[in-house]
Design a protein around this ligand. Structure first.
Ligand SMILES: Nc1nc2c(ncn2[C@@H]2O[C@H](COP(=O)(O)OP(=O)(O)OP(=O)(O)O)[C@@H](O)[C@H]2O)c(=O)[nH]1
Length: 362
């Protein structure tokens, strides 16, 4: 899928960078343009692609400090400039635009929904978001921001592919320590999805087409991506269980949104050497995905790739009713309440100290 990426905020820029590097290393050529947008100048500097600094008149290049309303305002204020920078990149070749952002901060969380809305107004191709949810251990402000942003983003974008920061980091590492490996994992998985369906020489009947990705995401709302891989035999008959077990692992333990299984639609992409992919295995795996997700719309296809391994990518569309999303929304609502209570305590403490009756005590 020929894609233009827009990384908003610090996480958005870093994840976009990892995706661009992966696509380049693999020689896929599915990312045809990238732009970084931020209100913090220092976060734009390391990026190897063009960037736009927004909100300079308001925050002087220092970021919005987690204030996502301000993040939305500065993006709105400079939307014309951002859209202008993008217009040269979103050529007729583009099949999708992906806005990448961490939903817990200020610039990405506030800015991504504003940008998605502008892009949808102007372009006919699907506008997706790749949204990063704060991990459980991240503070109240992150959860509040992400809850607000996710609702708006799911409304504005054609689909929000959610990655939970707790999902793809190595055990023993904190979320912050793990950013490098989380980003590399996001790049590999999402990068493969974007490249699935890219023209491959000697395309066979079973090769997945870009339109399958778009159709799977057509139900809108929230989507998730699962991935797992394993060593494969050269003989496809010995790979029946390899295909079924990597598919099970991709969906049950390898998703970007842990425990999101119920879905409106799904796409199963099996990647590896075409002659090693077991047709029987693929058939069984697809049936299993149908049963697990409860979806009647499970699409499928191969992704020919030179490798000694076989991998399964499972894209789920319409997972907003899954337990995981509900659990996050509850966490965000509790965080909003906690933030409100803290504000109320601060207000009453301020009133206490403004009370004239206290004057006599000092
Ligand atoms: N996966 C991943 N998450 C990140 C990374 N950097 C920050 N985050 C997450 O993103 C959220 C914070 O968003 P940022 O992108 O840092 O903030 P911002 O959008 O630049 O906004 P401000 O700094 O407030 O202007 C938190 O939930 C972090 O855990 C990263 O490199 N990778």
């Amino acid at each position: 899928m020929k894609t233009v990426l827009v990384g908003v905020g610090q996480a958005g820029g870093k994840v976009t960078s990892a995706l661009v590097d992966f696509d380049h290393e693999m020689g896929f050529g599915s990312i045809i343009g990238a732009l970084g947008v931020n209100s913090a100048k220092a976060d734009l500097q390391p990026l190897q692609f063009d960037t736009v600094l927004v909100g300079q008149d308001r925050v002087k290049g220092h970021g919005v400090g987690g204030d996502n309303e301000l993040g939305a305002e500065v993006m709105q204020g400079d939307a014309r400039e951002v859209m202008g920078e993008l217009s040269g990149r979103i050529t007729a070749e583009a099949e999708a635009i992906v806005v990448v952002a961490g939903l817990g901060g200020g610039t990405g969380s506030g800015g991504a929904p504003v940008l998605a809305k502008e892009l949808k107004r102007v372009y006919d191709v699907p506008v997706y978001a790749l949204g990063i949810l704060p991990g459980r251990g991240e503070g109240t402000m992150y959860q509040v921001n992400a809850g607000r942003s996710l609702k708006t983003l799911a409304r504005e974008a054609d689909s929000v592919l959610l990655v939970d920061n707790d999902a793809w980091h190595s055990s023993g590492e904190s979320v912050e320590e793990g950013f490098g490996s989380i980003n590399a994992n996001i790049a590999r998985r999402v990068g493969l999805l974007l490249a699935a369906g890219e023209a491959v020489e000697g395309v066979g009947e079973s090769v997945v087409d870009t339109s399958e990705v778009i159709n799977t995401l057509r139900s809108g709302g929230i989507s998730a991506l699962g991935y797992a891989s394993a060593e494969a035999s050269e003989d496809p008959d010995e790979n029946i269980n390899v295909v079924t077990s990597v598919t099970r692992n991709a969906l049950l333990t390898g998703t970007s949104l842990p425990n999101a299984v119920e879905a409106d639609s799904a796409l199963l992409v099996v990647a590896g050497e075409p002659e090693t992919i077991s047709r029987k295995g693929v058939e069984r795996a697809r049936k299993w995905v149908e049963e697990e997700t409860g979806s009647m719309q499970v699409r499928g296809g191969d992704f020919p790739l030179e490798s000694g391994r076989l991998a399964s990518l499972v894209l789920l569309g319409g997972v907003e009713r899954s337990g995981r999303v509900e659990e996050f929304m509850e966490r965000a609502a509790a965080a909003v309440e906690e933030a409100d209570e803290q504000e109320a305590t601060r207000d009453s403490e301020e009133k206490l100290f403004q009370n004239d009756d206290l004057d006599g005590l000092i």
